[in-house]
Design a binder for this molecule. Structure first.
Ligand code: HEC
Length: 121
């Protein structure tokens, strides 16, 4: 009976460890993809018109909260007007997916009410 009681915390510790490791791995994979996406974003020149954070410039704001991947891809492959079209030859679907990951990883602007300098004490 006593030895059984001791096994429970050990089993729990092992489970926690395994869960922790698997969550950790997927998070870093996402980060890595977003990091590579950021490089692609700069290399193929998106930043020149949309800014390094996708905040907008000559081209509009495309982050945070980019369009869903499908619509995003369509607009990059066949832009509406001034933007140059990026064919799969110059920008693969994989790269585009990573760029989308990068834009998704950009945090939203803080609410004005949360800025300490602007709160009245
Ligand atoms: C030469 C400037 C320029 C470059 C470079 C550029 N864009 Fe654009 N982009 C624009 C403009 C301008 C628009 C508005 C639509 C138009 O005029 O074609 C636009 C529109 C978009 C839209 C649609 C936004 C919306 O909400 O309708 C997306 C998404 C987008 N660009 C992504 C990208 C990505 C990703 C890259 C790099 C692969 C890129 N753009 C490179 C100028 C640019």
């Amino acid at each position: 009976m006593q030895s059984k009681n001791r096994q429970i915390p050990i089993a729990f510790a092992v489970l926690t460890l395994v869960a922790g490791i698997s969550i950790g791995t997927s998070a870093t994979q996402e980060d890595e993809e977003a990091d590579r996406g950021k490089k692609d974003f700069v290399e193929v020149g998106c930043y020149q018109c949309h800014g390094y954070q996708g905040q907008g410039g000559p081209g509009g704001r495309i982050a945070p909260k980019p369009l869903p991947l499908e619509a995003f891809t369509r607009l990059v492959r066949r832009p509406a007007n001034v933007m140059p079209a990026y064919s799969p030859k110059v920008l693969s679907d994989e790269q585009l997916k990573r760029i989308h990951k990068y834009l998704e990883s950009i945090p939203e602007d803080p609410e004005v009410s949360t800025l300490p300098a602007l709160s009245e004490e």
